[in-house]
Design a protein around this ligand. Structure first.
Ligand SMILES: NC(=O)c1ccc[n+]([C@@H]2O[C@H](COP(=O)([O-])OP(=O)(O)OC[C@H]3O[C@@H](n4cnc5c(N)ncnc54)[C@H](OP(=O)(O)O)[C@@H]3O)[C@@H](O)[C@H]2O)c1
Length: 283
């Protein structure tokens, strides 16, 4: 990659940021496409976020990703946000349009592209079991609702968080076909004939030795299993493969949410296969 006087700068702001995989696959994509862009990590402490985003404007940085802990606070320093960002109250991508900083969120779009393009599964009409009701579950459930799922079960360890997500889906996007499954009852629930798609958005599976988020005997009968955990092949993915249920791990979503950012900054279709291949294998 050759940097010269016309290079456009993009990057990620987080605290910490050194674990981020985005510099790896974004630079691989720029290089493959022959685009004069570079993507760099910026460690930005929470109190410095306003100054850092002002620097994006002043230094004419083309685009920024935001990761923990900046996704919620960022919008107050921006000139506008997309409708989806406004509904979710989070921003993970900033586009600098001639000094106007616009915020967007690419997780939901990335998830849908991943499950349809990589997974070959169409969520429209599906009955979905969502494990987890944390940060990532909001963008994913919102995107699934917008894609036309038939119904949603939410199953989360802390039931109040399930109720909060149910309320959000009802009030913000008018979706009411939501049932809550208590987490302790998940292995007593009859999945067969009730659920087509299982999506894990909990952090269960990040550590070797974690139990699958549901018992293995619940997996046959599902049409697709998606686990957004991306640092390793989880026990849920292992059990799905063993039972020959189509499934996908979180690397795919990670790459597609980055691909959407890439497309917002460059106006070009992202080379997702190149981006995936640039990452260390977790298979
Ligand atoms: N592939 C991707 O692109 C992508 C994007 C975003 C996140 N992720 C991954 O998704 C996972 C969740 O991220 P997040 O940002 O949504 O995190 P988060 O906001 O902290 O939410 C964590 C969720 O996991 C549940 N949980 C945590 N430990 C648990 C346990 N021992 N037993 C049962 N439930 C447990 C929490 O339940 P409570 O409500 O009860 O605490 C909550 O629902 C992480 O592994 C993250 O790396 C992947």
């Amino acid at each position: 990659m050759e940097i010269n006087g016309r290079s456009l700068v993009t990057g990620v702001m987080g605290y910490p940021v050194s674990h981020s995989l985005s510099p790896v696959f974004q630079n691989a994509a720029f290089s493959h496409m022959g685009l004069n862009f570079v993507y760099v990590p910026f460690e930005v402490a929470p109190l410095d976020l306003g100054s850092a985003l002002e620097a994006v404007r002043v230094l004419n940085i083309r685009g920024i990703n935001l990761t923990i802990p900046h996704k919620i606070e960022a919008s107050k320093y921006l000139d506008g946000v997309s409708e989806e960002s406004g509904i979710l109250g989070v921003v993970n991508t900033v586009i600098n349009e001639n000094g106007r900083l616009l915020g967007d969120i690419t997780d939901g779009k990335g998830f849908i592209r991943s499950i349809t393009e990589d997974g070959g599964f169409e969520p429209e009409g599906a009955r979905v079991m969502l494990m987890g009701a944390g940060g990532s579950s909001y963008a994913i459930s919102g995107a699934l609702v917008n894609r036309g799922i038939r119904s949603l079960f939410i199953c989360n360890r802390t039931e109040n968080n399930s109720l909060r997500l149910k309320k959000h889906l009802s009030e913000k996007i008018g979706f009411n076909k939501v049932s809550i499954i208590p987490f302790r009852d998940r292995n007593r629930f009859d999945f067969k004939g009730e659920v087509d798609l299982l999506v894990n958005t909990t952090s269960i599976g990040m550590k070797p030795g974690d139990l699958p988020v549901i018992d293995e005997d619940k997996i046959p009968g599902l049409r697709f299993v998606y686990d957004i955990v991306y640092n390793r092949v989880t026990e849920l993915i292992g059990a799905s493969r063993k039972n020959r249920i189509p499934c996908l791990g979180g690397i795919s979503m990670l790459v597609y949410q980055g691909a959407v950012s890439f497309e917002l900054w460059t106006g070009k279709k992202a080379p997702v296969e190149v981006m995936k291949k640039s990452l260390p294998s977790v298979e």
